[in-house]
Design a protein around this ligand. Structure first.
Ligand code: IMP
Length: 427
């Protein structure tokens, strides 16, 4: 009963699609367990490009059940837009299952996300503006609207009314916006109820049955370790648990069911939005990584901040997620560099830190201590085994593996599906 957790080891956009692709047709279900349409993955299948923000990537694999777990926040408009877009291209989405306990994103939370960011000015988080944070805040404040509430209009009206009692105070008195009418929100959400109903189930029970029947389930995180609300660079994080623990709370699968934790890590580092990033390159070396790696956001189109590989960050991901395997992506982007610096520790106020410092204030002041590894100029996109790599590229991978304290089982050497070195099987 393999239950494999798939997470990002840095600040997101590590290329989880590559790992999902490799697991491919051997997987019976892919569960999205956190986040919402703040994520974005582009998957290329037989030359066709699919950009998904909300739906689990399993939606594109025939025979694989895509499941939206209870830990997800759902923008219903986006859900049906993505379903309709896929159906128009001949993709069957009839296997999609949605948890009755997942929360929905009402339009007032998109408004609040944007006005709050504007209000924060220079202290803004740099959110995707999709209403993610306010919806998770409502969940914790116990004024959230869940999928199951849509199926009883009286319950829905009572919940929306309760939420707006508070939200309208904030919208009107702090942000100087118009109050939102209860009935307009009830109508907005009810409009999706009938179409949604056949997809909704007790996903925790379904997953338990699948695992007991020996099926293979992948639990795929949105965002990544350093964006986790507990273990990331708070407050510059997303509002959910993107680490392996979140796979349990966000799906209803217990920790004792998890058999493997696969972390995806890029051969360098990127970040979107605000927040500390010790190895960030603000010069032409950063521009080079951005161009060579096509580092522009799938969801917002924002240019990503780029920097060298940060070993303490990846090692931290190994620790908090219990990583059993790494998938190292985009090694080819480093081809052509004479030397490749790797951050091995930090200097904080003259003191060396081999691990992430305890406080965010210290992390914000951390400057990287680099070890410089020799680069390579040979094209590596045709490599299919470790031995096919030029010596310096192989040594780079082996040096990283030693620093991050978990095996690198897969290496991405190009954007194509087959441009991969599989050192070890992931199932
Ligand atoms: P939110 O998730 O929209 O609240 O944004 C919070 C922070 O997480 C911002 O810095 C976003 O740029 C970042 N973020 C959210 N989703 C992703 C993602 O899928 N990849 C990378 N960064 C993300």
């Amino acid at each position: 009963m393999p239950a494999i957790v798939l997470i990002g080891a840095q600040w997101g956009d590590e290329g989880k699609g590559k790992a999902t692709d490799l697991l491919g047709s051997r997987v019976d279900a892919v569960v999205k367990f956190n986040g919402g349409n703040n994520a974005g993955h582009t998957i290329v299948i037989e030359g066709e490009k699919y950009a998904l923000h909300l739906l689990p990537s399993g939606i594109l694999t025939p025979g694989c059940a895509p499941i939206i777990g209870n830990g997800v926040v759902i923008d219903l408009g986006v859900l049906f837009e993505e379903i309709d877009g896929l159906n128009a291209r001949g993709v069957d989405t009839s296997e999609l299952v949605v948890s009755a306990n997942a929360h929905v994103i009402p339009s007032y939370n998109r408004t609040l996300d944007k006005v709050t960011e504007r209000f924060l000015g220079n202290s803004k988080i740099g959110t995707t503006g999709r209403g993610i944070g306010p919806t998770y805040a409502d969940k914790m404040s116990r004024i959230g609207i869940r999928v199951q509430d849509l199926f009883d209009e009286d319950v829905l009206r009572a919940k929306v009314s309760g939420a707006l009692n508070l939200k309208n105070q904030v919208l009107v008195k702090i942000y100087n916006r118009k109050a939102v009418e209860v009935e307009s929100v009830v109508a907005e959400l009810s409009a999706y109820a009938e179409r949604l109903r056949p997809m909704v189930t007790d996903t925790s029970l379904l997953l338990d049955e699948m695992l007991s029947a020996g099926k293979t389930v992948v639990l795929e995180a949105g965002q990544a370790t350093l964006l986790d609300v507990d273990h990331g660079t708070y407050p510059f994080v997303t509002s959910s648990n993107a680490t392996a623990g979140g796979a349990c709370t966000g799906s209803g699968i217990p920790p004792t069911r998890i058999t493997r934790v696969v972390a995806v890590v890029k051969a360098y580092t990127t970040r979107v939005g605000q927040g500390p990033f010790p190895t960030e390159l603000l010069d032409e070396a950063g521009d080079r990584l951005r161009e060579a790696g096509a580092e522009f956001g799938t969801t917002t189109g924002r240019p990503r901040r780029c920097g060298w590989f940060d070993a303490p960050v990846a090692r931290y991901a190994t620790r908090v997620n219990g990583v059993t395997d790494f998938v190292l992506t985009k090694l080819d982007v480093l081809t052509g560099l004479a030397e490749v610096p790797v951050c091995v520790a930090y200097d904080v106020d003259g003191v060396r830190h081999d691990e992430l410092p305890m406080t965010q204030a210290e992390f914000a002041r951390a400057t990287p201590i680099y070890e410089t590894l020799p680069g390579w100029s040979e094209d590596i996109s045709g490599a299919r085994t470790l031995d096919d790599l030029p010596r310096n590229a192989r040594d780079y991978v082996l040096a990283l593996e030693k620093m991050i304290k978990a095996p690198i089982s897969v290496i991405g050497v190009g954007p194509g599906r087959d441009e991969t070195i599989a050192v070890r099987d992931l199932i």
